[in-house]
Design a binder for this molecule. Sequence first.
Ligand SMILES: [Zn+2]
Ligand SMILES: [Zn+2]
Length: 842
Amino acid sequence: MAVSDLAEIGISEEMGAALEHAPSGACVSWGIPYEIGQVAAVAHEPLSLPLNPTAAQWLVFVHTSDRRQVMPGPGGFISPMRGEGQLGEHAADYIILYEDGTEHTIQIRRRFQLGAFQRRWGEACFEAVAHRKPRTQRFAHEQLAPNWGNLLTRVHAADGGPWVNWLWAWHNPHPEKTIVGLRLEPVSGIVVLSAISAGAASDQPLRWQTRHKACLTLPDDETFCPELDERGLLQQIQLDMGQVISASPRLHYPNDSWTDTHNNQKPEQSDTQVLVEYTAHADAKFHLSDGHTIPVVQVEGTQPPPALQPVPPATRRVTLRAVERHSGKCVPVKLHVHGEWGEYLAPLDRHRILNPAWFEDYSVDFVHGGTWYGNVQHPHSCTYIPGETILDLPLGEIYVEVSKGFEIRPVRTVVEVTADTKEIVIELDKVLPWREKGWVTADTHVHFLSPMSALLEGSAEGVNVINLLASQWGELMTNVGDFDGKTTWGSREAGGSGEYLVRVGTENRQHVLGHISLLGYSGRIIAPMTTGGPDESALGDPIEVLLTEWARQCKKQGGLAVLPHFPNPRAEFAASIVSEKIDAVEMTAWGNLYGGIDPYSLSDWYRFLNCGYLVAAVGGTDKMSANTAVGTVRTYARLAPEEPFTYDAWMDAVRRAETFVTYGPLLDLTVDGHPMGSRIEMPASGGTVDVTWEVASATVPISRVELVVNGEIQESVAVSPEAGSGHWPVKVDRSSWLALLVRGHYADKPEIIASHSSPVMIAVGGSPMLAAADAITILEQIEGALAYLDSVGTRAEDVAYKRMRLVLTSAHRSLHNRMHQHGTYHAHTPVTDHAEHHQAPE
Ligand SMILES: [Zn+2]
Ligand SMILES: [Zn+2]
């Protein structure tokens, strides 16, 4: 049938929408030519296709498939968890017909030989490759304009290019007299006069005034357009005797109810009003796209035109301090200040115009509402200050937001600035005593910041430990000079307070097999940090080391092995967990403050808990730009009793899995008095355990507290937004794991899983902790990693290749043997003998 006819056979809406992009005609992929005329859809009926007789050595199938809906069950959890790509699912059989009447049947399985027409990140095929081959891409400065770094300054001095004419304004002492001519007399050298312009000006026409702001209302039929013309100027709004610095839709904050709104709550954005920042001569005029002009300064005594409202200038220099009320100490905080027109007011040494784009700008700012591509949608702009800062403020009311993590109540307050205001002091209250009870917080995953910037952001967000991860991205190496395998920035030994720490580790990555964060290890950097080609590694890099091996090396060097942004990329980590090389799985936020802990991540983690692999949960942001605040989702880990806080003590707490992950609400959980991460033994008769819990929140309001047992919600209770506690007697008659899950949300946002504990595991005598359905998905995932290594993965030299095969087959065997020991029924799959023997399925 024709590709366009696919629309009629019941494909998904998404696939229908992508049809127009389906390749057709004469194509070449990976250097292999083929022709797409008609397509064959394998849906309900068998199809017979005649082929031109050929005795080929290889047949290359160019195929794809529709998406398979993943159906989350109760609580949003997916079980059995095969991922969105339905790893291992049998999709079709391709039967090769030979001239002699014999046949050969090929099983086509998802994520092995066949993928979907669109896929979730981290769900590549193990034996197939996407039709466009990997390629290099140019640096931005090679693509756009030279000197990319310099573009970040956003300014250009006056110049003239290869020919400069100089403008000199002469103030005529006799303006009442008529000028009729000019005589030029040479004295030395050559002078070229090109033009003379005569006119009136209220002051030196070449001197502009200081920066001002105004609110411009666009004509009825116009909306704001950020497009620039060929000179780099806004098309819609220009100035003659001056320059527009920035123009952006006016932001509407709820100034009247400011103190009742929540931390980081974003403003609305106007469609019709534009906040213009400019510097200009007093006689300058704005020129609008419809030919309209508006003078920047209104004639004394006249009303300003309704289209242009002046915004009070920021002229009052004020010191702002953030102070802990109980100690009087000035402390690092996150700060946002805006004026009555919604204009962001930055400290003198911070950006006024924030850049959220990936790897473009990693100064100490946070722009909530920005994207990695650099655009912003009703952005909320913030910065981090060490406790005291200087700002230029307008007279009148300003709106201040100050926050410092999850244990201190965030402040939104209104301050009146007068001609006498010299200092503003914001007092902060510590309301939740989790730190006092031995808990410390951590972000397991931050990129690009310098260690000192990370230390400031961590202390200002109340994150005790920042793990700054060096890595490789194609041909780009980041933070590699910051790695020394020993220094913990902020520690007492390094001259810090010891309360906030930054440690440089590495994120080692493979685009199909997966990523692994190696935290806090000592000694030499574990390299290569990426393998196997794009998009994580450089073209031509072989797969020469596995996640499991990176993890083993990291542990040897005293570090922690964490699976970041779990579960993607979804492949080899199954072997790493089964080989017991993994300390924790990471729940990841990126820039999303309100997404919560993803049931997709939890579903995947639960599979391993169901099979008895106790791996801690940690929280990390994977911050790669100013659109992400460190600690948006964070790890709480409890130090051993009486143990002083050090980076090593924190690593020990994660190893014990005495952790929870949170977007705001804090929790505690014990099972028969045992903390999170414990293993409890019970006789074969089982028994009842006492589950005791406590929750509290100074930020995201809590709605429900739930008990998860073996991946299912067993108890659920509504609690007040700020705090709750309780206990449940829980009957245990088979080996089980228990964890606490907290739901919550801000009033203007949907409910999310706001925090989740690591589990307590109970082994009941004679009852194996091994869920067959989950174990099979784990085995299939390891088989996938093997298939990739054996088929399309760039091959390392033989010794490395064989060594890696052995790592994966041993992991496969260890779980497989457990299944046999416990007599768990399962069908065998062929892949453990994959490439070498081409055996038929058992
Ligand atoms: Zn990653
Ligand atoms: Zn990362």
